[in-house]
Each structure stands twice: as C-alpha cells, then as structure tokens.
Ligand binder design. Structure first.
Ligand code: SF4
Length: 336
C-alpha cells in the first residue's frame, strides 16, 4: 500500500505542482443554516447575533416607507413627532401586519433555505444508497498501470497504511465487502477494460498483502502474460511466513518484478511501525524473501520512503548492499 500512496502522491504532484498539502474540503452548510437561524431569531423578536444582518428590521423600515407612501403612517392627532410616526409602521412590520408586502421576500428567503436543506438531505440519502449498492473493486488503474486488489488480509498493521484512513481510494472501493475475488471474477473485470495492452504493467497491490492469494495471483499472471503484459508484485515480503513454505519458486516465470517494502533498517525500527503478526521474524523473513526471489532469478528490489530520515536511509542502503538487492528510495509527501 505504500506504493499506492506514493503513486497517488506523484499524481497529486503532477496535478498540484509540487509538495502542496491537499486541503480537506469543508462543508458549506454553516452559512446557510446560520442565516436561516438568524432570520428565525428576528422573526421571534430575538436580537440577531453579532455580524449578522438583521433582515427583518431592514424590511420593517422598508415596510414603514411603503406604508408611508400609502398614507398609513400619517401622524395621529396630537402626534407631531415624526419619529413616532416612523416607529408605528416598523412595529407593524415586525408584528407581521397583514398589509406588509415586504414579508414576502423574507418568506421567499426562508423557503430557499428550506429548499437547499432538502436538496442536501436528498443528496446525502443518494450517497448512502450508492455506498450500499457499490461493487467491490478488484482492478483499478493508476499512472498507466493496472492494479489488482486480491485481498484485504495483511500480516502487518503499518502506521502509515493508506487503508487505515480511507474507505475508497479515488473512487475505488478496495475494501472487499463480498470477500476475496476468484480468478474468474478478476478476469471478468479485466475483460471489462477492453484492450489491456494500453497498460504499462499489472501490479498486484491493493488493501492487503497479495501473497495470501499466491495461487490466484500466479494463475492471473498467466492470463495477463497471454495479454502481453508484465507483472509486478508489491509485497511486505512475508509471503513465506504467511504460507508456511517457500513460495518464491512458484513466483518464478509468473511475477516479472518483486518490490519488497523494507521500511526500516532493522527489526528494532521495523516492528514498532509495521507491527508484523510474526513478531521479529517478520523483518528477517522479508530480507530472506528478497534473497530467495533473487536466487530464483526473479528481478527484485527493496523500497523505502525518505521520511524515515537520512541516517536510517543510509542504514537501509548498507543492509540492501549486504544482501546484494537494489534499494529504491521514494520521496514521501503527506496528502492531508
Ligand atoms: S504491509 Fe499491510 S498494513 Fe502495511 S502498508 Fe502494506 S497493506 Fe498496509
């Protein structure tokens, strides 16, 4: 999943022009609701909150002017004070006098607010329904590659895993609500993509560790090879521990390239952030897995992200060199 996040970040960089943080969108309901409340407060004779336009008062004054034009605001006998003459129509407006024509715009405003709230409520209901009816995503595309999401199981619980914070991944629902897909289901989904040769490669990488599904993965490699595509496995390197056997001979001739997420230079640094269910064996297991891939003639590399710090990056380089596996250092950019 680290690979996915990085790809997204690359995509975001391309779109956003560099290391910009993506801002979360804030809902725009507050303003409308506050205006609605403010109008209601004025109707109820309450004092509007600071900074909020006392719309009824304005309307009341306008109402007074209108009434004055009609002659309704003539001073009564003995009332020479023009202020008193103006006050009367204003009070009438506030009390909702029958002849106040300016009440209509305010009602119209309230209706608009209500209408908007109804629309928002309907939209939310629609989204909930879409979520209920959504299909699991077995295949998705990113940066010209076709990604295969075979399972949600994982032997790690990494702090940085994108699945910790996302239900959908750019519109792709990688959480599999209907269980892991069969080979047939993935092939059916792949056929829905039309000409597959437009993809650079097929990558086994989703919301889980693909080596839990080694049989399905190797069968799918045959399908994709027949279509002329290269195959890559992005893994936490614990496939032999997961399957309780050396699976690397099974990958030979099926997976063209293996990317093992190293994440740290030693078990003491790896386990606190990746929390392998195999404990300390998780880290030594992934190093051994990479060595076995290489021994079986499978092109393999380690990968890390540079946010682990310069010292740790150097330590990872030394480890990779010691087992003669190339190391790929990716830059990390937050997307929060
Ligand atoms: S190893 Fe598992 S928990 Fe860690 S990033 Fe990959 S999918 Fe997520």
């Amino acid at each position: 999943m680290e690979e996915i996040k990085n790809k997204t970040e690359q995509s975001q960089n391309q779109q956003g022009g560099g290391r910009k943080r993506r801002r979360r969108h804030r809902g725009g309901h507050g303003g409308n609701n506050q205006n609605a409340q403010n109008n209601q407060n004025v109707q109820n004779g309450q004092k509007p909150q600071k900074g909020q336009a006392p719309q009824n008062q304005n309307q009341g004054k306008q109402g007074g002017q209108n009434n004055a034009v009609k002659g309704n605001a003539q001073p009564q006998k003995g009332q020479q004070n023009s202020q008193a003459a103006q006050k009367q129509p204003q009070q009438q407006a506030q009390q909702g006098g029958k002849k106040n024509k300016n009440k209509q715009p305010q009602q119209s405003q309230n209706q608009q607010v209500q209408q908007k709230q109804n629309q928002q409520s309907q939209q939310k209901q629609k989204q909930v329904k879409q979520e209920e009816n959504r299909k699991d995503t077995y295949l998705y595309t990113l940066d010209g590659n076709l990604y295969v999401n075979l399972t949600n199981k994982c032997s790690n619980g990494c702090d940085f895993c994108v699945r910790n914070e996302r239900t959908s991944y750019y519109g792709n629902y990688l959480w599999l609500r209907n269980g892991d897909p069969t080979v047939e289901k993935v092939i059916a989904a792949a056929n829905g993509f039309g000409d597959l040769t437009r993809f650079k490669e097929v990558v086994f990488c989703g919301f889980g560790e693909p080596t839990y599904k080694v049989a399905e993965m190797t069968a799918l490699c045959d399908f994709f090879h027949e279509k002329g595509l290269k195959t890559r496995l992005n893994t936490n390197g614990q496939g032999n521990l997961i399957n309780k056997r050396d699976i690397t001979p099974e990958l030979k001739g099926k997976i063209d390239f293996v990317n093992v997420s190293l994440n740290a230079s030693c078990v003491e640094k790896y386990q606190p952030i990746c929390r392998s269910q195999f404990g300390e064996a998780g880290f030594s297991g992934l190093v051994e897995f990479a060595k076995l891939c290489k021994r079986n003639g499978i092109d393999c590399r380690f990968s890390i992200v540079d946010c682990i710090g310069e010292t740790e990056v150097e330590a990872c380089k030394r480890l990779a060199q010691s087992v003669n596996i190339p190391l790929y250092v990716r830059s990390y950019i937050t997307d929060s």
